[in-house]
Design a binder for this molecule. Structure first.
Ligand SMILES: [Zn+2]
Length: 461
């Protein structure tokens, strides 16, 4: 009985962990490395195991850093079954198609740059839209929260609500091999308690070993109330100055959460109900539609809004701008608009155009509400860069920059410690965190042996 670590090892992206038990090989997540172009090569590298030997992939949730290498796994010979919740399955399709589109565009750009026509040549994308669609053929069994599923002799899996994004799960594996029994719990990404939309993570069971994320293992989040207030102030401030508000946002969860709070702000009179809000992300628009299909996943108050026939994500001045032409038209809007666009870390997507048109204007505001990895444009702006380069043009940072931490979709240190204590795990593997953050969290973990695996490291369970 063995566990191997093939991603998110002393880093926050590329989650990929392998369990081998009684002749069955199960992968927990198969995520993409994210954060900058230089990671393309890292994504294209060998997995560290034979893709064709994997029987099951259990997917914790549909964020790309957990699912984004699945098409590559299929391309390299995986013929097993992907198991996840039904909300994750819908979101997975959306995320993979979008990622494939980005890879194709990037490859085309490289091919054009190299003066090639037609064939990709050496500039081939990591995977194509066709690869992403083909991957969905392998998504089989649907997991239901709290219901154990027997995968093979000696292996059963139970998905537990992780409260992180719609459909997200922690996964309990019950393993048996040659008279040895082990209960191993994978946290997946754990949500932040006290949020308006999703339920909090389910209480974890007692286990022999835990594989735990540590994204925010060194910090304590501010409560959501003051963060919402900060958001409202950033917006009313920019409007008073006659400018726009640009909010770089992840398409999943954060975008819907923002819409939820903007609606609440307009209803309570904290925000002008005449404000124009543009959700300028085809993926966020599609995700919002998927979110509306799973009212049972939400907190009771939000569920009640659905039941009363009111859209928790709808407000009078909201525009969904799917078409590129509609997005480009936003460049002419000089004030009074809130533009929510991806990518959240500003590494690509429409938000870069909006930054180009608004970042250099002192009456505008840019509001960061999500995680920004090192090396990303978002991180450079947050860290106080005086100017940034966008589309070959140097743009001075004149807009007011707000960084609001309370919207985190990740548990903070206190929540991680509380969750961990409930597992009573004598053995802990920390993943999905920067090394120094892990060290900080490890120092606070009690009555457990802590490991911080490096890439491709293996342990006997
Ligand atoms: Zn996540």
């Amino acid at each position: 009985m063995r566990i191997e670590f093939h991603g998110a090892d002393r880093g926050v992206t590329g989650s990929c962990h392998l369990i081998e038990c009684a002749g069955t090989r199960v992968l927990i997540d198969c995520g993409l490395y994210q954060g900058g172009r230089e990671l393309d090569e890292e994504n294209a590298e060998e997995f560290g195991f034979d893709a064709g030997s994997i029987d099951f992939v259990l997917l914790t949730h549909a964020h790309l850093d957990h699912c984004g290498r699945l098409p590559l796994l299929v391309k390299r010979g995986f013929r097993g079954e992907v198991v996840t919740t039904s909300a994750s399955r819908e979101l997975l399709r959306l995320m993979l198609l979008d990622a494939a589109h980005v890879h194709e565009e990037e490859a085309l750009r490289r091919a054009r740059h190299a003066g090639r026509k037609g064939a990709w040549g050496a500039a081939a994308p990591l995977y194509t839209i066709a690869d992403a669609l083909h991957t969905m053929d392998f998504v089989g069994l649907t997991a239901h929260y709290g219901t154990p599923m027997r995968l093979a002799a000696g292996i059963s899996a139970t998905f537990l609500d992780a409260g992180h994004i719609l459909g997200s799960a922690s996964i309990l594996l019950e393993l048996a091999e040659a008279g040895t029994h082990r209960r191993v719990l994978f946290s997946g990404d754990l949500g932040n308690v006290g949020r308006a939309l999703l339920r909090a993570a389910a209480p974890p069971p007692q286990v022999d070993a835990v594989v735990m994320e540590s994204t925010y293992g060194d910090r304590l989040d501010k409560p959501i109330g003051p963060s919402v207030e900060e958001l409202y102030q950033a917006i009313t401030g920019a409007f008073a100055r006659g400018g726009n508000v640009v909010i770089p946002s992840f398409a999943l969860e954060r975008a819907q959460e923002l819409l939820f709070y903007l609606r609440a702000g307009a209803e309570s009179g904290r925000l002008p109900d005449t404000m124009q809000v543009f959700l300028d992300s085809p993926m966020a628009i599609s995700a919002t539609e998927i979110f509306a299909r799973y009212p049972e996943c939400y907190q009771p108050e939000t569920r009640e809004l659905f039941r009363a026939g009111r859209d928790p994500f709808g407000l009078p001045g909201l525009h969904f701008t799917r078409d590129t032409s509609e997005s480009v038209a936003l460049n002419r809007v000089t004030g009074g608009a809130i533009i929510i666009a991806g990518s959240g870390m500003c590494t690509g997507g429409r938000v870069r155009h909006h930054l180009r048109h608004n970042l250099g204007r002192h009456n505008c505001a840019v509001v960061f509400v999500g995680y920004a990895a090192r090396g990303t444009l978002a991180r450079r702006i947050i860290d106080g860069a005086e100017s940034v380069t966008l589309f070959g043009e140097e743009i001075p940072v004149q807009a007011r920059i707000h960084t609001i931490n309370g919207f985190s979709a990740h548990a903070d240190q206190a929540e991680l410690l509380r969750w961990h204590a409930a597992t009573r795990a004598p053995r802990t593997f920390l993943v999905h965190g920067d090394a120094e953050v892990m060290e900080c969290l490890a120092a606070r973990l009690e009555r457990t042996a802590v490991e911080m695996p490096i890439l491709h490291q293996q342990y006997t369970l």
